[in-house]
Write a protein that binds this ligand. Structure first.
Ligand code: FAD
Ligand code: UDP
Length: 366
């Protein structure tokens, strides 16, 4: 027998699946977690590369949240290293603080603005939009055309294969605009990296006598054979329904990892964005994130692409309408809970997935 009716099946060992698994296990349920990949932690998976540097296989992951409850939940499973992420954007061969702040304006335009001066500058150059519907609207409405073209337009085209006018406002609205000189990428109350890495944190989350983890196992093989008390599905929702309404678009990336021996530091901050040059969007140097000491360094370049593993839901109205059709079908699947970035087709950060998973468990246990 490959199944057990008293067991709950969890598809996916990323944040969504692992948080649900732990909460159910703590509540006395027996759970079986499967993942088709050979590792846990989903896209947050990190590992030592061949040179002993801790790297994130699926691109840079920086934890940040304002939700104390989520911070405390994860803090049961890891200690933290305080880390505030900083990013520079390269325009015409020069690096500027990004998100755009007062120092960006002063360096870019040879100005000496104070805070009120920066506010007046934005007020002068912005192109007011009403209503603000698209990512183009968001950026033009706040910083005007020149900054839009220098920092946003081409990055967005590269990242999504779409013009900012074709993406919902929420995509560009992730990036603040500042009149002060704060050059942190995030301003959340809690910003940190798991001290020993994400994978170790996931090992601790899943370390429970009621949890059984099976890797290299695809749901398609299990669903044919198994009967479970309940299934929690965290993969792409359209795949669950065998794409019966057509494929939901997800954006993919190719991660080009590189180790540079004898280079102690490759760049001055964790991530450098290249909005206008190269086929990749950004370069991340992991030692900034992890604080690891090593004679060499490891970096990753992200090359956006249409095909490949689904990493980003693409926030566009037409995609959301297609998602709604699958969501309507999922409401009829009474024995299945759909949760996570792929199953809910939402551009969630890690903390938001933890929040969604905790909410899903509460509903399930009720
Ligand atoms: P996933 O991590 O994708 O986990 C889903 C799992 O389900 C996968 O392991 C997959 O293999 C498995 N699965 C799918 N289908 C099947 C199947 N049929 N059978 C078995 N298993 C299956 N968030 C932040 O907060 N900060 C960041 O800095 C950040 N940076 C990011 C950078 C990149 C490049 C990307 C792509 C994402 C980033 N994120 C970041 C977002 C973060 O990765 C996600 O919010 C989070 O990992 C989503 O967790 P999840 O469990 O929903 O999905
Ligand atoms: N963005 C941009 N230029 C940049 C950085 C971001 O135009 O230098 C836009 C782009 O559309 C990107 C979005 O803002 O997809 C969100 O950026 P974020 O860094 O949050 O993306 P993620 O880390 O999720 O890939």
């Amino acid at each position: 027998m490959s199944s057990a009716v008293s067991e709950i099946l969890i598809v996916g060992a990323g944040y969504a699946g692992s948080v649900v698994a732990r909460e159910l296990a703590d509540a006395g349920k027996r759970v079986r977690v499967i993942d088709k990949r050979p590792h846990i932690a989903g896209n947050a998976f990190d590992e030592l590369d061949a040179h002993g540097v801790l790297v994130h296989r699926y691109g840079p992951h920086i934890f940040h949240t304002n939700a104390e409850r989520i911070w405390e939940w994860l803090s049961r499973f890891t200690q933290w290293r305080e880390y505030e992420h900083r990013v520079r954007g390269v325009v015409d061969g020069r690096e500027y603080p990004f998100p755009i702040n007062r120092d960006t304006l002063n360096a870019l335009y040879g100005l000496d603005l104070d805070e009120a001066g920066a506010a007046a500058f934005f007020e002068r150059v912005r192109e007011p939009r009403e209503p603000v519907r698209t990512s183009e609207d968001v950026v033009l409405n706040s910083v005007g055309r020149d900054l839009y073209e220098k920092f946003f337009l081409h990055y967005t085209r590269k990242q999504w294969g779409l013009d900012p006018s074709e993406l919902k406002a929420g995509v560009a609205a992730r990036i603040p605009v500042r009149t002060n000189t704060d050059d942190r990428y995030f301003t959340d109350t809690f910003q940190a990296m798991p001290k020993l890495g994400y994978t170790k944190m996931f090992e601790a989350i899943l370390d429970h006598p009621n949890i059984r983890v099976e890797l290299d196992v695809d749901f398609e093989d299990v669903r044919r054979r198994g009967t479970f008390a309940h299934t929690v599905y965290t993969g792409p929702i359209d795949a669950y329904f065998h794409h019966c309404h057509g494929r939901l678009p997800y954006r993919s990336l190719r991660f080009a990892h590189e180790h540079l021996p004898d280079v102690a530091e490759y760049q001055s901050v964790g991530t450098v964005n290249y909005p206008n040059d190269h086929a990749y969007t950004r370069i991340t140097e992991f030692k900034h994130l992890t604080g690891q000491q090593h004679a060499g360094t490891s970096i990753v370049r992200e090359y956006p692409q249409a095909e490949g593993d689904p990493y980003y839901p693409i926030p566009r109205t037409e995609n959301e309408l297609l998602f709604k059709r699958y969501e309507a079908m999922s409401a009829d699947e009474r024995d299945v809970t759909f949760v996570g970035r792929l199953a809910q087709y939402r551009y969630y950060n890690m903390d938001q997935v933890v929040g969604a998973a905790l909410a899903a468990v509460r509903r399930l246990l009720d």
